[in-house]
Design a protein around this ligand. Structure first.
Ligand code: FAD
Ligand code: SIN
Length: 543
């Protein structure tokens, strides 16, 4: 058994930022299921939204966020995160992160931050490192972590389940006050699969942070890398934490369509710099859907593309930036340019075939703006959490901002609480009579079935009938997966399958509980928002 003061699950922007900030308090373990850089963060393209220009203001950023959120954002949370963003960005720059700059046209030789524009933003406010912002953030944070002797990194370690006092039958834990949750269910550690040895290890700590990111892999088509299997939401739900607003899955309008390309995003910043959406026949269509045309909020653009594809029967639409000078396109979007070129598409000369794909989980483990969950000692930050910033639809580039600000706030909260020592004895993982898996095909089949049914029945456009169908199928699959889980020795594929099934169930259950269309949740049986549902979160708790 391993003891730490803090356990951090995940090594994206949320986990790394938090780990760096709590390290002065004691020993920190970062547990991450692949190599340390593999995360959604690493693939972020557009950048981080923050108010850094004289032409912008906190009020404007707050207004844009609330507008995108379609009546479901928590205004106090939005205000806090937007207000604190610039200070956190300044810290990133002090850590050595390089954001793109441009020469001020009226002052030759003088440079300022080059601010990008994305859908729903009324001002240019996206700080970026060309089109590889996430890679630059991971690089900067990982090198700071490497210099911290109190942080130990466990790569290829997959967290299976949280260990809580209620699961251990300890009930209330008197005298513990972390997060103001005295006497309630408390998280005291984590069971973790060491993927190299195949053994399950027990980690004990006074504080546990879930920073496991989102759940794009629940859907057949996604912009997310393979790590995004919703493990944090599933673990928290199984442990008894409240999970909110899972019906709001954001579909990014423009994922590269190519038989050999897996999950490659074409950044919204391409539209921010003038890229135009066209049908396969070359006709602009967004003017029929929204006055902001190709730069309309993401939910509207994704639905418009879906509708154009259904109308014409085409497999994709086109994103055209050929009217901009080639030098500008190549310098501003080097990664997109090079990647498309590898697939035989020169984006300076021809339009890019694109389709919508699952991109971001707006709901998650219910927390306040300090990352506190309703389980003492358990914090959640980043895409895994639902703070109330995004409401029914996330404003582009607000997620890196949220992770940064909330990781800082959660760390401050932990540092302000009395130190909670790790428990010295926790039960070992029980494998019972579990045998080696006999038929891997059960896992791969169920994995495919869930992802396809979520795409077909719980996608961009929903109906009650499709949701009901999905609910029944997932219930059947859950039974089969549970049986398999108890009978066989755990593997990472089986654990991830178990998690995507839980998350799929939560998305469907949440969607069925919202009898209206709002933001990203669009149901043809209730095509309009219902004012009675404004400001009403969908909260699910086990049992
Ligand atoms: P992640 O960065 O996803 O990190 C999660 C970590 O948890 C990973 O290290 C993973 O391996 C680990 N993990 C997961 N499960 C387990 C487990 N069971 N055990 C151990 N470890 C586990 N947002 C913006 O604001 N601006 C952008 O420009 C932008 N562009 C994007 C482009 C793409 C292609 C994608 C996919 C997303 C983009 N987003 C963007 C969204 C943003 O990148 C994510 O929301 C954000 O990076 C999430 O950070 P995180 O730290 O919460 O999680
Ligand atoms: C993008 O670059 O289009 C992604 C931005 C985001 O998801 O916030």
């Amino acid at each position: 058994m391993k003891h730490f003061d803090c356990i951090v699950l995940g090594s994206g922007i949320a986990g790394l930022t938090f780990a760096l900030k709590v390290a002065p308090r004691g020993r920190v373990a970062i547990i991450t299921k692949k190599n340390r850089a593999e995360s959604n963060t690493n693939y972020a393209q557009g950048g981080i939204a923050a108010v850094t220009s004289k032409e912008d203001s906190v009020e404007m950023h707050v207004r844009d966020t609330l507008q995108a959120g379609a009546g479901l954002c928590k205004e106090d949370v939005v205000r806090t995160i937007v207000q604190e963003g610039p200070a956190r960005i300044a810290e990133l720059i002090r850590l050595g992160m390089k954001f793109s700059e441009r020469e001020i046209p009226t002052e030759p030789g003088v440079h300022e931050l080059d601010l990008g524009k994305e859908g729903g933003h009324s001002k240019r406010r996206i700080l970026h490192a060309k089109d590889v912002t996430g890679r630059e953030i991971e690089r900067g944070l990982l090198s700071a972590v490497a210099a911290q002797s109190r942080i130990e990194m466990f790569e290829n370690h997959l967290a299976i389940d949280l260990i809580t006092t209620s699961k251990l039958g300890q009930g209330a834990t008197p005298g513990i006050s972390a997060g103001g949750k005295a006497g309630s269910n408390r998280c005291v550690g984590v069971y973790v699969l060491n993927k190299k040895t195949g053994l399950v290890e027990t980690f004990s700590a006074g504080t546990v942070l879930l920073a496991t990111g989102g759940c794009g892999k629940v859907y057949l088509y996604t912009t997310n890398p393979d790590i995004a299997t919703g493990d944090g939401v599933a673990m928290a739900y199984r442990a008894g934490a409240a999970v909110a607003n899972m019906e709001f899955i954001q579909f990014h309008p423009t994922c590269l369509y190519h038989p050999k390309a897996k999950s490659f995003l074409i950044s919204e910043a391409v539209r921010g710099e003038g890229g135009v959406l066209r049908t396969v026949e070359g006709v602009e269509f967004m003017d029929q859907y929204h006055p902001l045309k190709s730069l309309a909020p993401r939910d509207i653009v994704a639905r418009a593309i879906d509708s154009e594809m259904k109308r014409s029967g085409a497999d994709f639409v086109l994103l055209d930036i050929t009217h901009k000078p080639a030098k500008f396109v190549i310098e501003r979007f080097p990664n997109i340019y090079q990647t498309c070129l590898r697939f035989g598409i020169d984006i300076t000369k021809e339009p890019i075939p694109v389709v919508p794909a699952a991109h971001y989980q707006c709901g998650g483990v219910l927390t306040n703006v300090d990352g506190e969950t309703d389980i003492a000692g358990l914090y959640a930050v980043g895409e895994v959490a639902c703070t109330g910033l995004h409401g029914a639809n996330r404003l582009a580039s607000n997620s890196l901002l949220e992770a940064l600000v909330c990781a800082h706030r959660a760390a401050q909260r932990v540092l302000a609480e009395p130190l909670v020592l790790p428990q010295t004895t926790l039960p070992n993982w029980e494998s019972g009579k579990a045998a080696n898996p006999d038929e891997q095909v059960v896992i791969s089949h169920n994995w495919d079935e869930i992802r396809r049914l979520m795409w077909d029945y719980v996608g961009i456009v929903r109906t009650n009938k499709r949701l009901e169908r999905a609910r029944k199928r997932i219930a059947n699959l859950q039974e089969e997966i549970q049986e398999y889980y108890w009978d066989f020795i755990v593997t990472s594929d089986l654990l991830e399958l178990r998690n995507i099934a839980v998350v799929a169930e939560l998305i469907v259950a949440s969607a069925l509980q919202r009898p209206e269309s709002r933001g990203l949740h669009y149901n043809l049986d209730y095509p309009n928002p219902d004012p009675a549902c404004a400001q009403r979160d969908t909260v699910l708790r086990k049992g």
